[in-house]
Design a protein around this ligand. Sequence first.
Ligand code: F0G
Length: 451
Amino acid sequence: MNDILHQLRCIGCGARIAGAEARPDFRCVACGELFDVEYPGWSQRGGKDRPNAGGLKWVLRERRSSSEALDQSGVWRFRELLPILDNYSNVVSLREGNTPLYHLTRSAKALKIDRLFVKHQGMNPTGSFKDTGMTAAISVAKEWGFECVACASTGNTSAAMAAYAARAGLKSLVLIPEGKIAWGKLSQAMDYGAVTCQLKSDFDGCLHLLSQIVKEAPIYLLNSVNPYRLEGQKTPAFEIAEAFDWSVPDHLIVPGGNLGNSSALGKGFREMVELGLVARMPRISVIQAAGANPLVRSFREHQAAVLEPVMAHTRATAIRIGNPASWRKAARAIQETGGWCLDVTESEIAIAKAEIGAEGLGCEPASAVTLAGLKKLRAEGKVSSSDTVVLMLTGHTLKDADYTIDFHRGKLLGKEEIAGSEAEIAGLRRDALAVEATPASVLAALKGRAG
Ligand code: F0G
């Protein structure tokens, strides 16, 4: 681990420690808060450890034509911006990152925002944004010589961890809430060979238990409390800036669960400003499901000074989290950029997901909160038609096929939930039809379907 270039700084009391001194649960001994990775050499203008903005942009352009594995990773091609390893031979990569930025054509028209884009992190190797963080933290685990890694998960973290651990030859342990994660994600953990424990608990309970386990056994914790995860997860911010030729969008809209992702993206943009790569940060807004909205409540009731855990309920199981670990970091990103934190209902999520599907992109339910949230921000006048907006789509549509099928068969939402949106939902549903095996019947089915 490169302790010369980086250190860990507690976000609560400001204590600074070397990476090697971190406790197994990554909590500060003095105040119990989490750490950020910090690069002391970056603050000295002209210092030899501070990346030079112009030089780095040139290097990044050159790396586009490189066939080196390190350069082909959308995380490690930015390695000067996450100098956490001693030796790059320890990098465990599945060629993560380099995800597409798509124009959301129909929604752009409907919302009258010409420049509306999605950064589709579901196009990563295991189908979610977790891969960018996992390549960073598993590489650290390998460099440190750990033999076993573990995470609590609503599904995607476990899928990513299991895959990267398998590539690194490490044993992996997954704790998941029984019956509360999508089958696609569970199947990945099994396929990649993790020891998968289903617990009669929720995500928050799984994480709490794991924090105790890692204090008793030499197991490396890979939840986003691990600050090295966030170093990888900040890199989509670099890709977005790069895609806009080192300018930044006006708004970045991110789903909120355990709140590591919004924290990481905030850090990525903040560091780019510090290093002179971009001139400003986008407004970062975090959207939660109404049944799992502790950060929204914290903003509403306590100006984000305190967070009271909630019992979480939402069909968007990826973000079914009531006691998010990284809430202080996420609140900071929202506050310093002038963004917002709001929640959306189950039917708003389902409608937005179907709309993203109808654009030929698709995403998992948790990702669709971003479009649902944007509609609200637009209606409230917080996003204008001339703004450039990027929605972070965090997971692939195939992660939770049951949700999609239930929606299109009209079995997902209850009557009360869809009250007032019946027509809108009916217009989006596309159930599979039972049709006679004759040309006439098939052609009749085709004719019967509008638009
Ligand atoms: N979207 C998806 C698809 C997710 O899997 C998650 C989190 C989030 C959004 C929220 O991101 O936690 O950084 O705020 N999934 C975690 C997991 C908790 O275990 O897979 P966050």
